[in-house]
Design a protein around this ligand. Sequence first.
Ligand code: ADP
Length: 668
Amino acid sequence: MPVSKNYLAIEKIIASAHEPMALLDSKLTIVYANAAFHNKFNLSDFTNNERSFLEIKHDAFDHPTLTTLFLETLAVKGSLQNYELHYAKNSESSKFVLNIETIELPEETFLLLALNDRNNESEQLQSFLQSVLNSTNYGIASYEALYSNDGTIDDFKITYTNREVPRNFGLEPKQVIGKTCREVYPGIFENGIFEKMAACMQTGIPDRYEISVAHNQNVMWLNATIEKVGNSVAVTSKNITQEKTAALEIEAINTLLSNKNKELEQQLLAEFSESFFSYENGQHFFNSLLLEIASKTKMDYVLLGEVFKDESGDQSIKSLSVIIHGQIADNFNYPIKGGPCDDVIRGESATHPNHSQQLFPDSRPLAELGIEGYIAHPLVSASGNVIGLIAVMHQSEIHDITYIESLLKIAAKRSEMEFERLQNERLLEMKNKELERQNIELASFAYISSHDLQEPLRKIQLFASRILFREKSNFSDSSLGYFQSITNAASRMQNLIESLLNYSSMDASEIHFVPTDLNLAIDEIKNNMIELLEKKNARIEVGQMPTLAVIPMQFQQLLTNLISNGIKYSREDVDPVIKINAEIVSEEEFAGKQFWKINIADNGIGFPQEYEEKIFELFKRLHGKTDYEGTGIGLAICKKIAQKHDGFIRAIGNPGVGALFSIFVPVN
Ligand code: ADP
């Protein structure tokens, strides 16, 4: 076919177009097609050159219809715009838009076909987006705000949703799009989601929340974000029920485990507290306590220390017990300054499970011992002062923090008590020493003074008897009476001095316990007193008495004093009767220890019970010397003798009825 210039120009234009374009002759043969057309319809597959348009196979082309269309257009030399050719592609509907133009050239009349599938592209994109939106397990939906008359948001219209959102409620997108939330999702007005959407709509601030939604007796957990887009909010949500249920289950298991752990910990702590009972006191106590902590916690160091001021006046710690790797180690002192116990001596506990050296770079002990973890608890006195601390230290990180803290807390409480007990013990020891010193001083004073008094007294007695012997006949009756008083007074004084000497020499006298049959001892006393007993018309009734290991002379004196007091403090018109017996008793105040109780009961004047303690004091007398002669030393001696026998003495008085004195001496 001869070609004109115009034809060539047309071919060039067609060749340069991006869209598929072809030129057909009046027989609908493709005389020219550009690359886009070739590609689109695989023209290379054609075997002969006579390429009729009708040979192109494509779902879009309905050939009979197109043939008619083309031929009619040619006949009228017309054109056609935007003719849609629909076809299905990947089960989605698709289309070409066809433009037809008749071109008249001198040689022939042609039909120019221009196919446009750009429409189609955007549709493909949309369907692609749609498939993305539907295949994601995120719920994506857009809600348009609906306003009430007063301008407040009172509902949202569902303008778009992917399948996921309504699927959660057993619905399809087409059942919800165009409806309001109040119609479809009324629950959001109760669980706070509506308020969140409205707030986001008003403020434009995106929100993110996690919520549980009840649906068909099941609980569904959603994690969602809300974002404002124009007059709508876009809500992206994810059903996290599975993850949440799993997390909740894990949490429940963890709680169970931690409860079990706590139970175990409580049990361990109870056992720990119980073990205190078997500990001894003082140093033994601290060592046992710390060994127990070391074995329970497996800490490299366990230390219990006392706060003290060193020579330069700085507060330091003096260890009372140290356990290193499970063994009792030597005690040592260390400065508090710059170390973790700075806080502890202010009364706070300190817990640094790791990095202790970095936290306290100035602490010498931490560096020297290579400490990584440190936990300590203060020891506080009853008056609220920090007196020491109990600490564990470890060369690597400490893990059982709460358990160790509880352990230290309990140990600290018990140690505080031990500190106090030790302090009281020290105080008591000091007081006892002081008392002992005072007693010795007093005894030696009494001894010396009474010793020295005897000499001038003897002189008085000697010269008085000489004067009486020589001058008796020259004395008037009254002078004689006065003189008698002098000698009486002198002999009373002698009595007093002797008793005092006796009392004060008691401490120095030799202690020698000898098994002594008390029946025989009392018989001897009775013999010694025979004159007194007769004079007073007194009777002594003795039960079966034991044989006891006693200091014979002292015990004899003890019994003599009590018996003679019984006779001395008798009632004027009643003959004295002294009843003596012995029994074994166990004393509660001495932890049930057994004592021999020797009772000496009389039927005399008795005494008011409130004076029980007083009558055993030196020189204490209840009854005047005019009525009853005495020195007030006898019972003080008795008390001392009982004590020398590791025993004690008690008295029960009943005024006008009698008195009961009981000597207690240990059975063994
Ligand atoms: P005294 O030399 O005065 O007897 P004691 O030390 O023996 O001194 O007794 C102290 C005081 O205890 C007596 O003065 C008396 O008041 C009272 N007392 C001692 N024994 C008896 C008793 N058996 N009955 C009543 N009072 C007693």
